[in-house]
Design a protein around this ligand. Structure first.
Ligand code: GLC
Length: 652
């Protein structure tokens, strides 16, 4: 958009740019900068307009954009232009992701490279390599306490190893996702060290206070993220004699985005990793980016302004790169991370669907879809040009952030329902086969979350222990059904490493003092490849899960109705154990698909008289896509096995 003030400023900035920029061919850069500059200027002004050095900071920002554009490799520039031609490329059903720790999955980055055939065989073509940047030895929150944003931790490998991995992924048409930890640094980061040494410039990068006055005012409204291991939101720093804001662990110092230098540094880092070949950047903990006294310091309006600004800037330099919002927030808040536009994502193109994840676990514990139906019905519709990252498990805990109103509509009392769920998954409930542990128990508020591997939470660990074959079979089916939902729901499914072979809890973390206090390590296993390779042994649980999953992935990729074009309709029926939705077809050549999942441990019937849509099911019958079974027309009901899943397409 053309607007005089920002345009005049842009011309002044271009005049002030370093002479070396003027010698370069920056044609595409300038067209995109011109298109986004009005937005960039007004967003930057909202945050920093009061500062005396506003214009100097704007010049610096544009220099960072130009410098990174110059450094961007030709191949990625070409890819940016190709993606511009087809901006909804990531909504396609062909994408299937997996998140993994390089070390725990395969020793290091070079090991991941060697294991790509395993991922390819499964059908995974988007690899989220979890944090690999330099972090201190000992506790580092699983790599989320970064001490150098531009270097790879030697335990994971080198920048060259990452480049090799990027190359190998591209050859196989696979995408690379990397983390950028925007909210905080390790206390060992150079900026923190210089702040500690008394440099005012770097103390301004953080929130540091000589006494408790401001910290206490913040604390009054801030919840605690890690109440057991890191209570409170401030840590006393002996060397400066100051309280430092540390919302997560005491060694993770929160960055202060009220300082424009911080925003520009982090933008530079985002573009650096885009230039290392990342197709997608997972922006960590984005809900926390801005802090206002008197608020929970999450989901603040300014956090969204920062994300819009980062997106607008990234579009100028590396427009083909997507952002994932890691915002594990209430359903009413999550959509805002796509940005407030009618169609396209103005903040992040992809957001973690923590709502679906937690609701799926509710359905597992209650064996019914009552709350799942309420929650999904009230999940606000996403933008056309954005999509969900759907997952069952990830490296973090399961938080029970459902809406109280939804819990009540499902017929439960919110407080006692949440404590039932924690009890169910952590072994305090007599009849539960789940083997999880509590995480983040807050004695003051009574809140708790849940840790544990997918297979152990789904009851496979207990079934294997009892050696009960029928039960093992049922629990494997549950593992597959949960995956079958994220594969058909609409969005990019993100598997979690190890779950493809039903990896159980890893209790080894209890022996390591730097991990023992954080039960999330229960589900961050070091893969035992001998066990993984049992996927080749006929009828082993590993084989049944791996092949079942591989088959579902293959069918997903051939089913256009599973692409994400806002084509999902939730269907209700009178059987509370069933979860149903229809994925409508995008064109006449393709079939719509009815997804039906049974959360009960007994087989259930879906009465067709119950459903007015889709009419074809009763009139024409169906093809079940996974088993290829043909369902004749005119049946009164369909049988769905215990924990079973059907993908029903129109015959023909
Ligand atoms: C994100 C990560 C989590 C980490 C936190 C702080 O939520 O997923 O593992 O503890 O950020 O960096």
């Amino acid at each position: 958009m053309y607007e005089q003030t920002s345009h005049a400023l842009l011309n002044r900035i271009l005049d002030r740019l370093k002479p070396e920029f003027r010698k370069r061919d920056l044609r595409y850069f300038y067209t995109r900068l011109g298109a986004n500059f009005y937005a960039i200027h007004s967003l930057f002004k909202q945050l920093y307009g009061q500062r005396d050095n506003f214009e100097t900071q704007m010049v610096r920002l544009v220099e960072v954009l130009a410098q990174n554009y110059i450094e961007r490799n030709k191949r990625y520039k070409k890819q940016d232009m190709q993606r511009e031609q087809q901006p909804d490329w990531f909504l396609d059903q062909r994408w299937v992701g997996m998140a993994l720790y390089a070390n725990a999955f395969a020793g290091n980055l070079a090991g991941v490279n060697e294991k790509l055939p395993h991922l390819e065989e499964l059908g995974v073509n988007l690899v989220h390599v979890m944090p690999i940047l330099k972090c201190p030895p000992g506790a580092s929150d699983g790599g989320y306490a970064v001490s150098d944003f531009r270097d790879i931790d030697e335990r994971a490998g080198t920048l060259d190893d990452l480049r090799e991995l990027g190359k190998a992924l591209r050859k196989r048409n696979m995408l690379l996702t990397l983390d950028v930890v925007l909210n905080h640094t390790s206390d060992q980061h150079e900026w923190a060290q210089r702040a500690r040494a008394g440099e005012a410039q770097y103390q301004d990068y953080y929130f540091m206070y000589p006494d408790r006055e401001i910290p206490d005012r913040f604390e009054a409204a801030m919840p605690e993220v890690f109440p057991e291991t890191s209570p409170g939101n401030f840590t006393w720093d002996e060397s400066t004699g100051k309280w430092v804001m540390t919302v997560f662990n005491h060694y993770q110092w929160d960055l202060n985005y009220r300082n424009p230098a911080v925003l520009i540094e982090m933008l530079d880092i985002i573009l650096f990793w885009a230039n290392q070949g990342a197709d997608v950047l997972r922006l960590d903990a984005v809900a926390f980016l801005w802090k206002n006294i008197g608020t929970a310091c999450q989901n603040e309006r300014e956090a969204h302004v920062i994300l819009q600004l980062l997106k607008d800037c990234c579009q100028v330099t590396a427009p083909g790169v997507l952002f994932i919002a890691e915002a594990i927030v209430a359903p009413v808040e999550i959509n805002k991370y796509f940005g407030e536009d009618a169609v396209i994502a103005k903040e992040c193109e992809i957001a973690y669907n923590a709502t679906l994840m937690a609701l799926l676990w509710d359905a597992v514990a209650t064996r019914n879809a009552k709350l799942l139906n309420e929650g999904i019905q009230n999940l606000p519709a996403k933008l056309d040009g954005a999509t969900w990252l759907n997952y069952v498990r990830c490296h973090d805990d399961i938080g029970l952030g459902f809406d109280d109103a939804d819990i009540e509509c499902a017929g439960y009392d919110p407080r006692s329902h949440r404590s039932f769920l924690v009890d169910w998954f952590t072994g305090a409930h007599d009849v539960s086969p789940a083997r999880g542990r509590p995480f983040g128990k807050n004695e003051r508020t009574g809140d708790a979350r849940i840790a544990g591997s997918l297979a152990s939470l789904a009851g496979l660990e207990a079934a294997l222990e009892y050696g009960d074959n029928d039960e093992i079979h049922r629990r494997i089916r549950l593992v597959l059904t949960l995956h079958g939902i994220i594969l058909s729901f609409g969005g990019i499914p993100l598997l979690y490493y190890g779950d493809e072979v039903g990896t159980l809890n890893d209790y080894g973390f209890l022996e390591d003092a730097t991990k023992a206090g954080d039960s999330r390590w229960l589900h961050r296993p070091t893969l035992d490849w001998q066990q993984v390779m049992r996927r080749n042994a006929r009828n082993s649980p590993e084989q049944r899960i791996f092949d079942g999953l591989g088959h579902m992935i293959e069918v997903r990729k051939q089913t256009p109705a599973f692409a994400d074009f806002n084509n999902r309709e939730l269907l209700r029926c009178s059987n509370p154990h069933l979860f149903l939705y229809l994925r409508s077809a995008l064109s006449d050549e393709h079939s719509p698909v009815l997804v039906a999942a049974n959360f009960d441990a007994e087989a259930q019937q879906l009465s067709l008289a119950d459903l007015d849509t889709p009419a074809w099911l009763a009139n024409e019958g169906a093809r079940e896509l996974l088993s290829k079974r043909v369902i004749e027309p005119g049946q009164g009901h369909l049988d769905i096995p215990a924990f079973g899943l059907l993908w029903l397409a129109r015959p023909g």
